[in-house]
Design a protein around this ligand. Structure first.
Ligand SMILES: Nc1ncnc2c1ncn2[C@@H]1O[C@H](COP(=O)(O)OP(=O)(O)OP(=O)(O)O)[C@@H](O)[C@H]1O
Length: 312
């Protein structure tokens, strides 16, 4: 099956500010893809280009086979965008609002009623259909916003920070809801909160300063080994012993764990932990713990953001 979203070498300049730089990706039908990046990394700019609201400075984007520049109408039929702040007409009742939005999407009569009823049921909105939108909680506003996006049964749903500002119960409900959309819709969601995106998305793309991290770069980062070391011996002695082991790149105090705890970063090599223990013991370092730290995406992301900050 061809990808439902295809971006090829997309760059966007706002005047002299480059917001997106040579970004390429493909999204297969039914995937839930997370776009992760710190504030200002270019997520919204990418979304605005995907939905046809902004034109790329260079490069090409296709959604459901339609070019975003030459066939923006086709693109708008295939994609729905839910911005972060769920803009609703506060004076309108939820039911009225959904019918109004159905009309804007070209649905009328029985078709509109069917679409509104189905969206209301999927998003569990039937109990609030008569309430004015202005009276809804943040969680319900988000659900109404997703419901209106689903009305014309879009192939692709784009969600900007869908769980931001929600309480923990609402976060779980919205998460379950997004998961339930997979298969029938393709979902692309942005977040700057990594554990959140890891829980929902089947694949994560990382955007840093307008550039998409290649999967090779990500693989290279996760191939590094991080070990947690606990020892009552002096730091200088530990560093001296560890640095003699081939592949060890850094020994640093583990700020989260407190005194006597260190993080050792090294090239991934099967015998490295055993070599490290041998070197520490030979140098009379008292080792009470040496365990591998799983290189989760959060650590990778923080490392990358830090590196980028240092390089700037
Ligand atoms: N209309 C604009 N004119 C000029 N610069 C802009 C404009 N919109 C965004 N930018 C700049 O482009 C860069 C990317 O912004 P963008 O809003 O796409 O990032 P983001 O990842 O969505 O950030 P956030 O999570 O804060 O929304 C930022 O440096 C921003 O200041």
């Amino acid at each position: 099956m061809p990808p439902v979203v295809l971006a090829q070498h997309v760059t966007k300049w706002y005047g002299s500010r480059r917001a997106v730089a040579d970004v390429s990706f493909a999204i297969e039908p039914g995937e839930i893809v997370g776009l992760l990046g710190p504030n200002g990394s270019g997520k919204s700019t990418i979304f605005r280009m995907l939905t046809g609201y902004l034109v790329p400075t260079s490069g090409r984007i296709e959604v459901a086979g339609c070019d975003v520049v030459s066939d923006s109408l086709g693109v708008r039929r295939a994609i729905s965008y839910v911005p972060e702040d769920a803009p609703l007409y506060d004076h309108m009742r939820v039911g009225e609002f959904l019918h109004f939005m159905a009309g804007l999407k070209g649905l009328h009569g029985a078709g509109a009623r069917g679409a509104v009823d189905e969206a209301a049921e999927r998003l569990e909105l039937t109990a609030v259909m008569m309430l004015p939108a202005g009276k809804l909680s943040r969680g319900f506003r988000q659900r109404v916003s997703i419901a209106q996006a689903l009305l014309a049964n879009p192939k692709v749903l784009v969600l900007d920070e869908p769980t931001s500002g929600l309480d923990p119960h609402q976060v779980i409900a919205v998460r379950d809801l997004i998961r339930s959309l997979a298969g029938r819709h393709t979902v692309l969601m942005a977040s700057h909160i990594l554990p959140e995106i890891e829980k929902i998305a089947s694949r994560v793309m990382i955007l840093l300063d307008g550039r998409l991290l290649t999967s090779d770069a990500l693989k290279e980062m996760t191939q590094h080994l991080a070990l947690r070391l606990s020892s009552s011996s002096p730091y200088a002695l530990i560093v001296l012993a560890a640095q003699g082991v081939s592949g060890v790149r850094e020994v640093a105090p583990d700020a989260d764990a407190g005194t006597g705890h260190y993080l050792v970063r090294a090239e991934r090599r099967a015998s490295l932990p055993a070599d490290l223990i041998a070197a520490l013991v030979a140098a009379d370092v008292a080792v009470s713990e040496l365990t591998e730290v799983r290189p989760d995406l959060e650590r990778v992301f923080l490392d990358l953001t830090k590196r980028l900050g240092e390089a700037a």
